[in-house]
Design a binder for this molecule. Sequence first.
Ligand SMILES: Nc1ncnc2c1ncn2[C@@H]1O[C@H](COP(=O)(O)OP(=O)(O)OP(=O)(O)O)[C@@H](O)[C@H]1O
Length: 251
Amino acid sequence: MNALRINQLNKSYTGFQLKDVSFEMEEGKIMGLIGKNGAGKSTIIKSVLNMVKKDSGEIDVLGFDFYNEEQEWKQEIGVVLGGIDFYNLKKLSTITNVTKRFYKNWDEKTYQKYMKYFELDEKKKVKELSNGMKVKYLLTLALSHQAKLLIFDEPTSGLDPVSRDELIHLFQTLVKDKTRSILFSTHIISDLEKCADDITYIQKGKVLTSCDKQAFIKQYQYLKESGEETVGMEEIMVRLERRDGNEEFIV
Ligand SMILES: Nc1ncnc2c1ncn2[C@@H]1O[C@H](COP(=O)(O)OP(=O)(O)OP(=O)(O)O)[C@@H](O)[C@H]1O
């Protein structure tokens, strides 16, 4: 079964359009969603979560009916999207208590395990956490109700290299038994080089490529410059997006 299937997704904003976005995510895989600022990654994620209303297209989450079974599939996904700064004055324990009431598969043991792993203190208020700690807390909530599909928007961006490495390790462990899948958007391409199975590259609202990581790298080796043996993912992205003749904007 596919963990996620998006078929011909369209969504328009003034001056921007997601155009016929289609890709599939196999169960048990980690997929990286990449593309430059404004390419449409968050809009895809929000469409999948039904947080923005798509104009057209089909979205299947874990095989559920998108509209008729929205409550069911929302129980089965774990999401980290944006921050929790609007709960600044709340204690983590308060937010946890509200969150766990929503999930029928809430697993207190798992929750306590991740709180300990990430060295988080429930008695602290959100405003007392560093940015990295906030991300770790949101990940803890997302991982504590036996979600089958985890969707993270730039989960590693506020983390130090050691924490990022630990998180990547955790992602790899989570998908090992093939019952969980992870979709995450990021600009930190080296994280994907370490852990992604598949890459979906978004350019100006369209899917440029969606395939496994090795095929992705192989496909763009034509971007190699003289003297180079290979070209890595980050440089592939830079070369695909490089704009010629923009010197006039630089003063
Ligand atoms: N609510 C909205 N109303 C109008 N336009 C929007 C809205 N949300 C996003 N957009 C536009 O949609 C485009 C895609 O934005 P999106 O946030 O999906 O990009 P992204 O790939 O996630 O970018 P980044 O890497 O910078 O986070 C942008 O041009 C943005 O201005």
